[in-house]
Structures are given as structure tokens and as C-alpha cells.
Design a protein around this ligand. Structure first.
Ligand SMILES: [Mn+2]
Length: 358
């Protein structure tokens, strides 16, 4: 008999559970409507005064057996879940998100398809210093069958007294060498006013880590028809990174490549800490291609190869690294750029590794 009664009571609990579930979902729908209205009115979703009213109402009406504090605690959980539901809706709307677009965005850079599944390399000097310097790197890249060359003409440096780049002259050198070797050029632009001018010289506009939240610049590159390589800010969360890309796409340009380049942590063994798990997260959350910059994330030549392998293994669409004919005399990042023989070694090692992966 006792067992029978227990079963009956459990059935009753199950019934109530289902009712609670239905009520919670019904409540969630109303909350979503409230969220929409608030959005239209431009008011904040979180309303502490309103929450206080509801908690007071519970205190007034509660007849037990639950303690008022227990019920209030449970309702706080419901409030929080409701708020998250509204925020999730917001994220669903991001144009860069996988939810918005299932298939991968493929960025076509002079026939190199980034994001197509074929992994590739972006190589070149930190900064453009001379025609001859760029030419030597281009020649080595050509020998390796590479097409995508990076090189800085405008250099945002930590100190204003450090080499700031050759500017337009640097872009001209890059273009000249690109024509000679049939390469595509990726170069950073710092100023929204320079975007138009840069279109004549570069195949991809790079937004550097220090400018990831320069919203005027993001909007400016969002308005042009030119692929953009967006680097993650040195202290940016993945969420902030994704929203920076959203600034670009919101203006119409969806040719965006995300670049993980290390973030600042307490660790000093490397220049930055390579956030390798950001790669699959970004691939999962967004439809954009993801590149890993092994030079700036590590700042160490001895780590370029192992981190490049990690990047390829975890599914990055491309690996980026810096190459200089004579790193010892480079005007920037001299400690971490590869020389030409090192570059060839690096590429050969990765070719073997890629074969093993596939
Ligand atoms: Mn550099």
C-alpha cells in the first residue's frame, strides 16, 4: 500500500513539474515581449526597481511552507534566466554569428580562398624597410609557393619615438613587389582617412590589435569592398572581438578574417599568451575564417613551429608569421622574425606536418 501511495504522490509531483515548466515558458514569452518593447523604447532590460517590487510581493503573499527567503532566491534565479534569454536573442541577431549564417564565409584573396578548408600561410616582414628587403622575402615566399604577403607600412608602436613605418612609400614598395611576384598584400591601416587611399595598394586591409575597438576605423573598412583582417585586441575578450567584427559587417562588408594574436596575461615567458582555444570557439560562434599569428603571440622564434602546428591541428584557416632577410638589423620586432633559411625550414616542417594531419 505504502509503495502505491508513493507512486501516486510522485505522479502528482510530475504533473506539477510539467505545469511549472509550462508556466515558466509562458512567463519567458511575456518577458521576451517586454524585452522587445524596452528595446523599442530604448530602456534598459535590467530593472532593479521592478525586481524589488516582485520580491516584496512574494514576501507579502507567501503563505508557506517555503520560507520567503527561499522563494525569493528561486525567483532571483528566474529573473537571471529571463535576462539571459533576452541577451541570447540579442546575440542571435549578430550578423557574424553562425546562428545567422550556417556556412563558412570564404574570403577570396586573389584566388587564395581563406575559410574554404584549405590551410594556408601569411608571411612577410614586420615592417617595410626597403624595396630590396621586401623583394628578398617575396622571392623566398614564391619558392615556397605562397601568395599572401604581410608587411607594415604604418606601424603603431608602443613608443612614439620608435620607427613608425614608411607610410605611403611603404605601400608603394609592397605593391611593386606584389606585381613582380604575383602576390597579394596585407597591410595595416591606422587612420579612417587613409582607407580610400589604401585600396589602390593593398588586397587586404589589416586592423591591428591596438585598433580593434577603434570604432570609426571599423566602420570605415566596413564601407569598402576590400577584405579585412581584424586582429584581436591585446586585452580583448572573445565576445569583444566578435563584436568588433560585427562593427565591420554591420556596414556591409562581410569579407572579414579574424586573427588570434595572443592576449596579455600574467605570464611573461612569452610576449603574449596564445589563446589557442579561441580558434575553435570563433569557428563555432562565427562563420568567419580564423588566422593564428604565431609571431606576436609568442614573441619567440623557438615557439613559432610548435604553435603553428597547434594552430593547424586545431583548425585555423591560416598561420601568420614574420620573415626578414636580416632580423638582427630589423627596425621592429627584430628578436622574433625568422630569417630566410629559418623560414624555409619552418615551411618544410609544416608541409610534412600538414600531410600527417590529413
Ligand atoms: Mn611585428
Amino acid at each position: 500500500m505504502g509503495n502505491n501511495e508513493l507512486m501516486k504522490l510522485r505522479e502528482k509531483v510530475d504533473e506539477i513539474n510539467l505545469q511549472l515548466m509550462d508556466l515558466l515558458n509562458e512567463r519567458a514569452k511575456v518577458v521576451q515581449d517586454i524585452g522587445m518593447l524596452k528595446k523599442l523604447q530604448g530602456t534598459k532590460r535590467f530593472d532593479p526597481v521592478r525586481e524589488r517590487e516582485v520580491l516584496d510581493m512574494i514576501a507579502e503573499k507567501n503563505e508557506g511552507p517555503f520560507e520567503t527567503s527561499t522563494l525569493q532566491h528561486l525567483f532571483k534565479g528566474i529573473f537571471k534566466a529571463s535576462l539571459e534569454l533576452q541577451e541570447d536573442d540579442n546575440r542571435k541577431a549578430l550578423l557574424v554569428s553562425r546562428k545567422k549564417k550556417q556556412e563558412n564565409t570564404i574570403v577570396d584573396i586573389k584566388g587564395e580562398l581563406i575559410g574554404s578548408g584549405a590551410q594556408t600561410f601569411i608571411m612577410g616582414p614586420c615592417a617595410v624597410e626597403s624595396y630590396e628587403q621586401v623583394r628578398l622575402v617575396a622571392q623566398a615566399m614564391k619558392e615556397q609557393g605562397l601568395k599572401l604577403m604581410r608587411g607594415g607600412a604604418f606601424k603603431p608602436r608602443t613608443s612614439p619615438y620608435d620607427f613608425q613605418g614608411l607610410g605611403v612609400e611603404g605601400l608603394q614598395i609592397l605593391r611593386e613587389v606584389a606585381e613582380e611576384f604575383d602576390l597579394a598584400i596585407i597591410s595595416e591601416i591606422l587612420n579612417p582617412n587613409d582607407v580610400e587611399m589604401a585600396l589602390d595598394y593593398v588586397d587586404v586591409i589589416q586592423i591591428g590589435a591596438r585598433n580593434m575597438q577603434n570604432f570609426d576605423l571599423l566602420r570605415a573598412v566596413g564601407k569598402v569592398e576590400k577584405p579585412v583582417l581584424l586582429k584581436r585586441g591585446l586585452a580583448a575578450t572573445i565576445d569583444e572581438f566578435v563584436h568588433a567584427a560585427e562593427y565591420i559587417i554591420s556596414q556591409g562588408n562581410d569579407q572579414i578574417i579574424l586573427c588570434e594574436r595572443g592576449i596579455r596575461t600574467y605570464e611573461r615567458a612569452t610576449r603574449n599568451t596564445l589563446d589557442i582555444s579561441a580558434v575553435p570557439i570563433l569557428k563555432k560562434e562565427t562563420h568567419l575564417p580564423v588566422v593564428v599569428d604565431v609571431t606576436h603571440s609568442t614573441g619567440r622564434k623557438d615557439l613559432l613551429l610548435p604553435t603553428a602546428k597547434a594552430a593547424l591541428a586545431i583548425g585555423a584557416d591560416a598561420v601568420m608569421a614574420e620573415v626578414h632577410p636580416d632580423p638582427a638589423v630589423a627596425l621592429s620586432d627584430s628578436a622574433q622574425q625568422m630569417d630566410i633559411p629559418h623560414f624555409h625550414e619552418f615551411m618544410e616542417a609544416l608541409k610534412g606536418f600538414k600531410n600527417k594531419l590529413s
